[in-house]
Write a new protein. Structure first.
Length: 344
């Protein structure tokens, strides 16, 4: 078997490290950043002016509503997650953040009747919120994780509304305090004053920081682009206002490889203005995904409608033109069997 050249091996090793960083959850990245910045070489580079940190423009920080809870990867596709006008979002708003956290996210579980009494809602409404949380979220174990924990998304940032416009806020200050900047002229002066073996360590540290920066800046730019593309949806909470946007088209707009973007967004989630979290991919819906979501909404409201009636309604309400055969197949894919006497 032919041996790889040193240059090829290093290139492959770099790509593998970057791939790992792109998929790395925020908690792991936080630990990595702290380790890198605790190294003596990092402190020396910063003290000598070689290295500085430049804040991200147009981005602040915010609190995560579901702190201590993880959004299950199995929850992807739940329509309640992206519906800012739905009953779950409305109930959360009615209860209020403080009581919601106390009664539904607290360490000591309460019965639905007690939750209803404290939150001044009905027992049925308390059960609805609790069942939704059971389906969508998992209490994270920080010290002793379960042997086979269910996978959860890594929550990165939240969108809020200021003067009717969406703004971006990150959850982790340590990670998102800014981007690293290297003064090459000062770096050359610095390296002349250290031994050769130490020079290699410094260059190795700077390369790792470069990879961390690439992960952060690409995700930041992706979030900015999605906030702009889906501004109307974020402002109204109406999932029908989402614009069809593929990962490939976003990757082209950002000037990155599609595989890089896919690794970056596949396990990340964001908090939406109404407090619920959703997979980041929910802001990258394909035309088919939007059609499926709208069909799901119609069938949930009118379970007795025939496939032909649904075909007509999809065309009239959403300008989505599907064949009756496609409606039948989509309905099967969604597990939405017709209930009651068919209405044509």
């Amino acid at each position: 078997m032919p041996r790889l050249s040193t240059k090829t091996s290093l290139s492959l090793q770099g790509r593998l490290k970057l791939a790992h960083l792109l998929e790395m959850p925020e908690r792991e990245l936080d630990a990595l950043v702290r380790r890198l910045e605790s190294k003596p070489a990092f402190r020396q580079l910063k003290a000598s002016g070689v290295l500085s940190v430049a804040p991200f423009p147009k981005a602040g920080f915010t609190a995560r509503r579901f702190a201590g809870w993880g959004l299950k990867t199995s929850s992807e596709g739940l329509p309640e997650l992206v519906d800012g006008e739905g009953d779950v979002a409305a109930l959360m708003k009615k209860v209020g953040q403080k009581r919601f956290e106390e009664c539904f996210l607290g360490e000591n579980p309460l019965k639905d009747e007690e939750r209803a009494r404290r939150c001044r809602i009905t027992a049925a409404e308390a059960r609805r919120l609790r069942e939704f949380l059971d389906r969508a979220y998992l209490l994270e174990e920080f010290e002793k994780p379960a042997p086979l924990p269910e996978k959860v998304f890594s929550s990165v940032a939240g969108f809020a509304l200021e003067e009717g416009k969406p703004v971006l806020g990150f959850f982790n200050r340590e990670i998102w305090k800014g981007r690293y900047r290297v003064d090459e002229q000062r770096l050359n002066v610095f390296l002349r004053g250290v031994p050769c073996d130490e020079q290699e360590k410094v260059r190795g540290l700077l390369k790792r920081l470069e990879y961390v920066d690439l992960r952060k800046t690409t995700l930041y730019r992706a979030l900015e682009a999605l906030m702009e593309a889906q501004a109307e949806y974020l402002r109204t909470g109406d999932p029908d206002k989402r614009q069809a946007l593929t990962q490939r088209s976003l990757a082209v707009a950002l000037g990155v490889d599609a595989s890089v973007l896919n690794r970056l967004v596949s396990n990340k989630s964001v908090q939406l203005p109404w407090g619920l979290e959703a997979p980041l991919k929910a802001l990258l819906p394909s035309g088919k995904k939007l059609a499926l979501d709208r069909l799901y909404e119609l069938v949930e409201k009118e379970p007795s409608w025939s496939d032909e009636r649904l075909r007509r309604e999809m065309a009239q309400r959403f300008s989505v033109h599907l064949s009756r055969r496609s409606i039948t197949q989509y309905r099967k894919d969604l597990g939405l069997a017709r209930r009651g006497r068919p209405q044509s």
